[in-house]
Design a protein around this ligand. Structure first.
Ligand code: ATP
Ligand code: MG
Length: 527
């Protein structure tokens, strides 16, 4: 028993010196050995350490295997750490954020930060390893970045079930908030070369329109905003009622009333991407379905001017307007193909109404979820009722001529005016004439640096007066035309009456006919 302390201290000394020599060897290996040797030692030291080490470690690699796509989990961790730990980290990396307006700070390489979650302490390390150069590799760099999460094994359940879920959820939300939104198109002019797998091409979506800047009735605006926000928060509701999480909007009204502007405002309100679908460039229903599958969630699929996009009956029309038979249609198709005109370009689409209906609410339409489908048209009455029935186009929104409320929004946007002595005149005139918000906006736009608010408002009043005069002249012309029509009709009726008396045909019971006789004379003859 007396020997124990001595033996213990001796043992400790031996262990210490072994560890020191091990560390020394390890330092030399790290410094001078080639990658393969280093990796070999790393593997075995990690295994040995694993037996004694009370901590659990989880790695999140930026690229998994040979995949070129960045790992979603890594990106979520990166976003989470940049938002939650950039205040505690001492070494940070700065990168330009979206819109190139602000800097985003993230942990620098080999930086370690701590995080607390329900009483558990965890450590995050940002690191990278050098991977061996591959003979067939396309990319020259061989650094693989990863995050390592360490925590005590007593928190295993808490961390693996709850903390990681929390990190992923928050990270994804932060990424969504910070991401550059995109405007996609399937137009052939923008198509990727065929080796690219996607059918959509995109640019950054930067439209500045918001509901605040939209000129329209305040109540209607509020209702639309509430509808959109409710939709975006209704994932569970849609799941409960067994309906795909999507909603159709039909925007209709004359040109220049803000249909396209409203789509941009919707995208900006909800933070969605926009897929601008050019139907005439879609070859057939199969291609339409492929396009649908390639859209992501949190997006708006837009078909503008749906009434003139296609003949959505599934059949081509002859020049005279009659439908072609299937055979004739196929013949035309072949001819067009021979002439090289039917290659997916405009006007050669074989998308049918049923294909489009399937696109909107067929089984495939449920993939992805959280999507708005928006149609715009100037002529709602031209559309097939099946296309716009509730359930497909759930909300019909009419965008109409500019009201005084609408004008006030535009005056605030363009001239920073909330009130002005000229507003009364404008209120009176705008109630009498039909003017689109686009026309009002054009009048309020300063045309030279010297144009002030008074000049712009006078310009608008002038336009409104001209429109009022034109409207009165048109009303007068119409009432004159109506009067003339009535007089003409009256005169014609008289003539017909006279002629009716002179030229009535009279038939005897035996079938003989007397013509050009007065009715009384004819009656006498028949007797
Ligand atoms: N309601 C509105 N609020 C604010 N600006 C508007 C509104 N309507 C039109 N504008 C202005 O007019 C321009 C044209 O509007 P927009 O393209 O949205 O009209 P539209 O209804 O889509 O027309 P079209 O039927 O011809 O496609 C926009 O750039 C915008 O500046
Ligand atoms: Mg438009």
């Amino acid at each position: 028993m007396m020997m124990m302390p001595f033996k213990m201290s001796e043992m400790m000394a031996t262990m210490g010196s072994t560890l020191a020599s091990f560390m020394f060897v390890w330092a030399i290996i790290r410094q001078y050995c080639p990658y393969e040797v280093r990796r070999f030692f790393e593997k075995y030291t990690e295994r040995i350490m694993g037996y004694f080490y009370p901590y659990i470690r989880i790695s999140f690699h930026e690229f998994l295997g040979d995949r070129l796509k960045r790992s979603e989990a890594y990106a979520a961790v990166e976003a989470y750490l940049s938002a939650n730990t950039s205040k505690s980290a001492k070494r940070l990396k700065a990168e330009m954020g979206k819109d190139s307006t602000n800097l985003v700070l993230t942990m620098d390489e080999y930086e370690r930060v701590t995080d607390d979650y329900e009483g558990a302490k965890v450590w995050w390390l940002s690191s990278k390893v050098a991977s061996p150069p591959r003979s067939m590799s396309y990319y020259p760099e061989q650094e693989k970045r990863f995050y390592k999460l360490s925590f005590h094994m007593k928190y295993r359940d808490l961390i693996t079930s709850s903390y990681l879920e929390h990190v992923m959820r928050e990270g994804k939300e932060i990424r969504l908030r910070n991401r550059q939104r995109k405007l996609y198109t399937n137009s052939p002019g923008y198509k990727w070369p065929s080796y690219k797998q996607t059918m959509w091409s995109h640019i950054v979506f930067e439209h500045p329109a918001t509901f605040e800047t939209m000129a329209m009735d305040c109540e209607k605006k509020k209702e639309i905003i509430e509808d959109l926000v409710t939709f975006s928060k209704s994932k569970d509701f849609y799941a409960r009622i067994g309906k795909a999480w999507k909603r159709g909007y039909l925007l209709y009204g004359p040109p220049g009333t803000g249909k396209s502007t409203m789509i941009a405002a919707m995208a900006n309100l909800l933070g969605y991407d926009v897929y601008d679908l050019e139907l005439t460039a879609v070859k057939d229903n199969t291609e339409l379905r492929k396009l649908l599958i390639e859209t992501t969630s949190k997006s708006i699929i837009v078909i503008e001017d749906i009434d003139c996009s296609l003949d959505l009956t599934g059949q081509r029309k002859k020049k005279g307007g009659d439908k072609l038979s299937d055979d004739e249609s196929e013949k035309v198709s072949l001819e067009l193909r021979k002439e090289g005109k039917e290659d997916g370009g405009c006007g050669s689409s074989k998308v049918t109404l049923s294909g489009l209906l399937n696109f909107i609410d067929g089984i495939w339409s449920a993939c992805g979820g959280e999507r708005l489908i928006v149609f715009t048209t100037n002529y709602v009455e031209k559309l097939d009722p099946a296309l716009i029935r509730r359930g497909r186009m759930d909300k019909h929104i009419e965008l109409s001529h500019c009201s005084f409320d609408g004008f006030k929004v535009l005056a605030k946007n363009y001239l920073k005016l909330e009130t002005h002595p000229m507003f009364d005149t404008i209120r009176k005139l705008i109630g009498e004439v039909k003017i689109t918000p686009a026309d009002v906006a054009e009048n309020l736009m300063p045309k030279s640096p010297l144009d002030d608010a008074d000049k712009c408002l006078s310009c608008l009043i002038e336009s409104l007066e001209e429109a009022a005069a034109a409207m009165k002249a048109e009303e007068l012309r119409q009432s004159c035309a109506k009067k003339e029509d009535e007089e003409l009709k009256h005169a014609n009726d008289h003539i017909k009456e006279d002629e009716g008396l002179k030229h009535t045909n009279h038939t005897k019971e035996n079938g003989e006919v007397w013509e050009d006789l007065e009715p009384a004379q004819a009656k006498n003859q028949s007797l």
